[in-house]
Design a binder for this molecule. Structure first.
Ligand SMILES: NC(=O)c1ccc[n+]([C@@H]2O[C@H](COP(=O)([O-])OP(=O)(O)OC[C@H]3O[C@@H](n4cnc5c(N)ncnc54)[C@H](O)[C@@H]3O)[C@@H](O)[C@H]2O)c1
Length: 400
């Protein structure tokens, strides 16, 4: 059994009796299949803002969602959103869209430096909010986001794609059922190579000749694809970090950049509130690609597949390797069981947000989780700027 895309039922069947796979199969599923959950008639009316990455979701396939209106400052992107979500109504800006009383919740897929300002504006109108990553750009912004969510009594979710990559879902299941045990050490990484002068960098760093928000963006201020592999699996919090930054040597692009950022790469060592260690890499320059993790306990380890050739595998001493993972598609309503971006995570994210609103509960990647995944990168960047100094990461969780 080598395929990574198997249904939960096939996985259970194929992994056999005396194996680790059997233990995994016996483990409680991450959630009941969609068909076994209560069915609701309620429809959430969404406003979608941002027609770049924001046009790559499947809101319109969710039986409990109506895309009420879309928005982008750019006409071409507004038209793209209208087409993708088959939605007739559009507004010229987020600022206008949030005044629309027919909208219950807004998806904010604008540039990272705008997230907190935009999400706070959404929540101040009493609307729920789902935001692209990261949650914010500074510790002050993290605080502001939590304050706005609590003051307005609305729901907030961060759309972190790593959370719904199938290997991460399996790891969550193994951890929560006590099969994996403590994750003593993890290696998490997000590599997105952009060579100087490459078309990719030009496309992302400039729009109509002007630098975009991505231009010279500090790599550690985009940490959540990595940090979710720990916070999103075990619920642990990172409490301290030491980070080394490496810059481009002679890249004129970096002179007087908007973030005053000297780095293209960050390598951070973090400790969690349970004393466990994590090595987190973020880079635009290293010859590597993708978003992945490997987790180590004292009797088990698990490796996500990599661009470099590492296959997916769960290893346990004295037991056969498990080389497949369920695809978890049965957690989604039938119309949403389609291949999507970032390891098929897109439909899982939108469905979780919609179900949280329908069921009137906090979404899985709630504001506290979002900030617990974002703040470690903010402090890591500070650490890198001070030559790797070990710094404490503040907790934003409610006092118990
Ligand atoms: N795997 C992932 O989770 C993932 C992948 C890609 C991008 N992202 C995130 O998604 C977000 C969007 O990324 P992108 O590549 O599409 O960025 P982008 O800059 O290309 O697109 C942002 C869009 O927001 C629009 N916008 C900005 N302010 C607005 C306003 N006030 N009203 C209406 N529209 C407004 C802009 O016109 C632009 O089209 C970013 O925060 C990025 O970090 C996440």
């Amino acid at each position: 059994m080598t395929s990574a895309d198997v249904s939960r039922r096939d996985f259970l069947h194929a992994t056999g009796a005396a194996t680790l796979g059997a233990a995994i199969a016996r483990a409680s599923p991450a959630a009941p299949a969609a068909s076994q959950r209560p069915q609701y008639d309620k429809k959430i009316r969404m406003g979608i803002v941002g027609g770049g990455f924001g046009a790559s979701f499947q809101w319109h396939l969710d039986p409990n969602c109506i895309v009420e209106a879309v928005s982008d400052l750019r006409t071409d992107r507004r038209e793209r959103l209208i087409k993708v979500y088959k939605c007739e109504k559009s507004h010229e800006s987020l600022e206008k869209l949030i005044l629309d009383d027919d909208i219950d919740a807004v998806a904010v897929f604008t540039g990272a430096p705008d997230h907190v300002r935009h999400c706070v504006a959404v929540m101040n109108t009493g609307k729920h909010c789902i935001s692209a990553v990261p949650a914010g750009m500074s510790l002050e912004e993290c605080e502001e986001l939590i304050e706005a969510k609590e003051r307005n009594g609305v729901k907030y979710m961060m759309a972190e794609t790593s959370h719904y990559r199938a290997p991460a879902m399996l790891m969550r299941q193994l951890y929560q059922d006590g099969i994996f045990g403590e994750i003593l050490y993890s290696e998490v990484e997000y590599y997105h190579p952009m060579d100087p002068g490459s078309k990719e960098r030009q496309r992302l760093w400039y729009y109509q000749g002007k630098p975009t928000w991505r231009h010279c963006y500090p790599p550690m201020l985009y940490p959540t694809h990595c940090t979710d592999f720990v916070v999103g699996v075990t619920g642990e919090r990172f409490v301290e970090v030491s980070c080394m930054g490496a810059g481009p040597d002679d890249d004129p692009e970096f002179e007087n950049n908007q973030y005053n950022n000297p780095f293209d790469t960050g390598v951070a060592l973090l400790r969690t509130d349970r004393g466990n260690i994590c090595r987190c890499n973020r880079s635009r320059t290293l010859h590597a690609h993708g978003e992945r993790a490997q987790w180590f306990g004292d009797t088990m380890s698990a490796f996500m597949s990599s661009w470099a050739g590492q296959p997916f595998v769960v290893k346990q001493e004295g037991k056969p390797n498990v080389t497949a993972h369920p695809d978890y598609m049965d957690l989604l309503p039938e119309p949403m069981r389609v291949k999507t971006g970032h390891g098929n995570s897109h439909t899982f994210l939108t469905h979780e947000f919609i179900m949280a609103l329908v069921e009137d509960r906090e979404p899985v990647i709630d504001v506290y989780t979002a900030v617990a995944e974002t703040a470690p990168g903010i402090v890591a960047h500070e650490s890198a700027l001070s030559g790797g100094e070990k710094l404490k990461i503040p907790s934003f969780d409610p006092q118990k």
